[in-house]
Design a protein around this ligand. Structure first.
Ligand code: ADP
Length: 259
């Protein structure tokens, strides 16, 4: 029995050391998954022990973003073992468990179950678990708040009014549950024409900064709309891993998050 107590203590200590940081958004397609993958890679490169849970159960994209889509996690002692990626970031995603092209049509309780398996996995020495949430304020968010309460949340939005209204709603859900908003990130902010260099604002300008001010949360960064970001995502080579301007922006956001 003493042995069992020791194991329990060790498990509690392990869990106490690990912080969950949720990455949320109001709408889909605003770049939440792209940001999560790049933040994880940047944090790993600066020496943090970081893992990624892809909680976007119905639309998982981390396996592609982190370049390990073909891998399958194994289970040990009834728990999943996260899948390694070449960027030093272990990851678990429904995308690793369900064949590509197959629909994931689950009701709430099954979603909560799946989330539990991704989070209560063999994360070993991982200290920060970035959880890429689905958009909005649905079952996954509620399960997170009830069972796997994050230490903080990062909200991603484009500067567009419609996206901001929903982003504010997402932030409010966390705040009501006592989860602090660590900061906001403005994505797809400004597009430089590859021919003439003129910068335009397809999704508007400055909206996220204003929302951050209204919430009393910091703006962690502003990421431009850039072809290179989309290309790197599709190729499973996060820009945060390399030299170059967009990679540096992601690294700056990671630095602000880490301090
Ligand atoms: P979400 O997780 O919010 O649904 P994604 O990260 O999947 O959003 O991004 C949606 C699409 O936009 C993807 O095709 C992605 O490659 C692209 N994308 C995201 N951020 C940028 C950006 N800053 N510049 C160009 N494309 C981007």
């Amino acid at each position: 029995n003493e042995q069992i107590d020791d194991v329990r203590l060790a498990m509690t200590a392990e869990r106490a050391q690990r912080r969950i940081v949720a990455i949320g958004s109001g709408k889909g397609g605003v770049g939440k998954s792209t940001l999560t993958a790049n933040l994880a890679v940047a944090l790993a490169q600066s020496g943090h022990k970081v893992g990624v849970v892809d909680a976007d159960i119905y639309g998982p994209s981390q396996p592609v973003l982190l370049g390990n889509a073909g891998e399958r996690p194994v289970a040990e002692e009834g728990k999943l073992v996260p899948v390694a990626s070449e960027y030093g970031v272990p990851v678990l995603s429904m995308g690793h468990l369900v064949e590509p092209g197959k629909a994931i049509a689950w009701r709430g309780p099954m979603v909560g179950n799946a989330l539990g398996q991704l989070i209560d996995a063999h994360w070993g020495d991982v200290e920060v678990l970035l959880v890429d949430l689905p958009p909005g304020t649905g079952d996954v968010q509620l399960s997170m708040l009830q069972k796997h309460k994050p230490a903080g949340a990062v909200i991603v939005s484009t500067p567009q009014d419609l996206a901001l209204i929903d982003a504010t709603r997402a932030a409010q859900l966390f705040e009501t549950a006592g989860v602090p908003i660590v900061g906001l990130v403005e994505n797809m902010a400004g597009y430089a024409c590859p021919h003439c260099g003129e910068v335009s604002d397809p999704f508007g300008r400055g909206g996220v900064e204003a929302a951050a001010e209204a919430m009393g949360a910091p703006l962690l960064g502003r990421i431009p709309l850039e072809m290179a970001i989309r290309e790197a995502s599709d190729a499973g080579k996060p820009l945060a891993a390399g030299e170059g301007a967009p990679g540096a922006i992601f690294r700056d956001v990671a630095d602000r998050l880490a301090t």
